[in-house]
Structures are given as C-alpha cells and as structure tokens.
Design a protein. Structure first.
Length: 256
C-alpha cells in the first residue's frame, strides 16, 4: 500500500522530515549477512549484547547510542541512570535519530522517570514530530485534538485541523516504514519494534478517518475516509491475512 492507496500525501510538507528508507536503514536497524553472498537480514539494536552495544555507541552509531540511552533509562542490563540516558538521547538526536528526539521529550511527559515537566515536554515534542518520529507525530496529533485542558494547561490550544494534519502524516510515515519491514528480511527483535509501529498506524488511520467522516476540524469527506479505510484494510489483509476490526467498524459506519 502506498500513499496514493490511502488518499494521503507523502510526508513532504516538513522540510526536515526524514525519508522512511533512511529512518529504517540508518537508525532503526542494521544489516547482517550469514555469508557475503546472502541477502541481508535487518536486525534491531536491542539484539546487541551490552559490550557490543557500547562499542558501537563509542563509534557514534546513532541507533546504538539511542538503544544505550533506553537501557540506561530503564535499567536494562545496567544501572538506571536518567541523566546519562538523556545525554545519550541528545547525542543520537544531534545525529538526526527521530526516536532519540522522541525519547528526549518523552522523559518529561510522566512521573515515571522523576522528571515530569510538561512545559519542557511540549517544547521538545514538535522537533521530534517534524523530524518524522511516528510516536511523536501521533502524540502531537493527540495534543492538538485534546487541547491544553487535557495537559494541566500546557501544550497547544485545541486545533482539530492541526490534529488531522499530524495524524495523517503519522499514517503515511508508519505505512512507509511497515512496507520496508514487510519487504525485507527482518529479525524477531525487529518485529517487536514494528508491532508498535503497526498499532500506531491503526490508531492514526482511525483518528484521521473519524475526522473525515464527522467533518471534525476539516471538511466532511466520507469518500476520502472510504479510500483511506479501504486502503488500510487491504494492507491489513495482505500482510496479516485478516480484517482489522476497527477498520471494519468504521467502514460499516459509512456504508463501505
């Protein structure tokens, strides 16, 4: 499924937004081959043992630096060190890693890491979304949809048109990343990451479609919603061999 199949445009509106191919190959995964002649298998940085990960991070590999930051943040095979995690996220973010930019903001979103600061969170979130972080794009869509009252007075004024723009961009980025995942040989570790991408894809499709159906912040356009949902449903059937219940429910709502 491409962007035309969903009726949504590719992510070209933000000049700093990363291409999905670079996102996948430079930041999310690394290539490994069983033999020089074999097709590459894409592996997740989460699969690296700590010594190898630290060595790769010392070489400045952005994916390794970001993964090391997550291990420091959550105390995975090392002591929890939020300060060190943030330093690593900043290093990877400076190298252009969208997920690192997301994590740099996300540490301030809740009390989980002892740093809740919604003012700081909303200062950092737009840059992560504009870079192309699929997580941040969906989060900023939610923030615009709910408005400041949902975030203790922080964030953005309620703007459902802006919410639609970001949820639509999230659909396109998630879809393009998933196409790369499904058309390349990938490890089980990487499947875990893309499970989250797929969950967000479904949420973003449904959010966008509902706004089209209801004319919520945008012109009512059930025909465009039908194109989006049918394209997403076809993709779900092709890749997973079944219908998505949430897509089916919305299609019934508009008689599709």
């Amino acid at each position: 499924m491409d962007a035309d199949a969903t009726g949504l445009r590719p992510n070209k509106e933000e000049p700093n937004m990363i291409e999905a191919k670079e996102y996948f190959e430079r930041y999310i995964a690394w290539k490994t081959r069983s033999t020089p002649q074999a097709a590459p298998c894409y592996e997740a940085y989460t699969a690296l043992d700590m010594n190898t990960l630290m060595r790769e991070a010392d070489f400045g590999i952005p994916g390794a630096v970001e993964e090391l930051g997550e291990r420091c943040l959550f105390g995975l095979n090392t002591e929890t060190d939020v300060e060190k995690a943030c330093e690593l996220f900043q290093q990877a973010a400076d190298a252009g890693h969208p997920d690192a930019m997301h994590m740099l903001a996300d540490v301030y979103r809740t009390e989980q890491h002892g740093r809740k600061n919604l003012e700081r969170y909303f200062q950092l979130l737009p840059a992560a979304a504009e870079r192309g972080s699929w997580k941040s794009m969906f989060n900023i869509a939610c923030a615009y949809y709910r408005g400041k009252l949902a975030y203790d007075g922080y964030g953005f004024n309620m703007d459902h048109a802006a919410a639609f723009q970001w949820s639509s961009r999230c659909v396109v980025m998630c879809q393009e990343l998933l196409e790369l995942f499904f058309t390349h040989q990938c490890s089980n570790e990487l499947r875990d990451y893309f499970g989250e991408v797929y969950d967000t894809f479904v949420q973003a499709v449904c959010a966008s479609a509902k706004q089209m159906i209801d004319g919520d912040g945008i012109d009512q356009d059930p025909e465009q919603a039908l194109i989006l949902l049918n394209g997403a449903q076809a993709f779900h059937q092709q890749r997973l061999g079944s219908e998505c219940v949430r897509f089916t429910s919305l299609l019934k709502k508009i008689g599709g």
